[in-house]
Design a protein around this ligand. Structure first.
Ligand SMILES: C[S@@+](CC[C@H](N)C(=O)[O-])C[C@H]1O[C@@H](n2cnc3c(N)ncnc32)[C@H](O)[C@@H]1O
Length: 233
């Protein structure tokens, strides 16, 4: 019988923010697959789950941090082949993913690749996790939305008119992957008179956790990939 593939959301950074269900799945897995952006760097997901996986077989999968579709497709294909051969041997595989698996997770590309290229039916389970912006809101002790307010969670757009449109439409806007376009975002906030309405949060839930409302001091800095901006009007 084929093994089961289980995507486990491991939360934003603190091992204590894993769910009981996530820990149970890690205990029951024969192999734990973890994503990383660079071969030479450590996997943040692996770091988070390390207290719970003593003696487990670890499969590190590199998904390069690039927009190059061909490079990405190759990495999904390579990962899908490795996971497929484990599942066919009857091994249960957990894929540990940061935050929640439904929010910008590589897991979904991996699952689609498996479904596309492998004729075998595998059982897949998805275990939700605490996402990064919920953890950030707890850190800030700020509600994200109240009453009839509405919110958008987006991958920071490069296009500033699109960004302005989103900020104007919603009461709260969460900009993930903000590190790439932070200066443009700051200029846009200034134009809208909202430069004091943003909370920058990086590495929340880890020992390197940081937040600031003084966005101007961050301009020109090399910002962390694991960072976001929460804009509240
Ligand atoms: C590929 S997305 C993954 C989101 C993740 N699945 C989730 O549920 O939060 C990566 C982006 O999430 C945000 N992020 C993830 N973990 C974070 C953390 N611990 N602190 C701040 N931002 C984080 C950052 O904006 C980062 O660029």
């Amino acid at each position: 019988m084929n093994g089961k593939l289980c995507a486990v959301g491991v939360g934003p950074g603190e091992p204590e923010l894993l769910t009981l269900k996530a820990v149970k799945a890690l205990n029951e897995a024969q192999v734990i697959a973890v994503p990383k952006g660079y071969a030479e760097k450590e996997s943040v997901a692996l770091l988070i789950i390390s207290p719970f996986i003593q003696g487990k077989k670890i499969l590190e999968l590199v998904f390069p941090m690039t927009d190059d579709k061909e490079v990405l497709t190759n990495s999904w294909q390579e990962a899908a082949e490795k996971i497929s051969s484990l599942l066919k041997k009857g091994e249960n595989v957990v894929f540990a993913t940061l935050g929640d698996p439904s929010l910008y997770s590589t897991f979904n590309y991996l699952k689609a690749t498996l479904e596309q290229y492998d004729t075998e039916d595998f059982i897949v389970e998805i275990i939700p996790g605490i996402n990064s912006f919920s953890a950030a809101a707890s850190l800030l002790q700020e509600p994200l939305v109240e009453g009839s307010e509405n919110m958008a969670v987006v991958s920071t757009p490069q296009n500033t008119s699109r960004l302005k449109e989103i900020i104007e439409l919603f009461d709260t806007v969460v900009l993930l992957k903000v590190h790439r376009y932070f200066e443009q975002v700051l200029d846009c906030l200034k134009e809208l008179g909202l430069e004091n309405n943003g909370y920058y949060v990086s590495r929340c839930g880890s020992s390197k956790e940081f937040f600031s409302q003084d966005l101007e001091t961050l301009a020109g800095e090399k910002l962390d990939y694991l960072s976001m901006l929460i804009i509240k009007k």
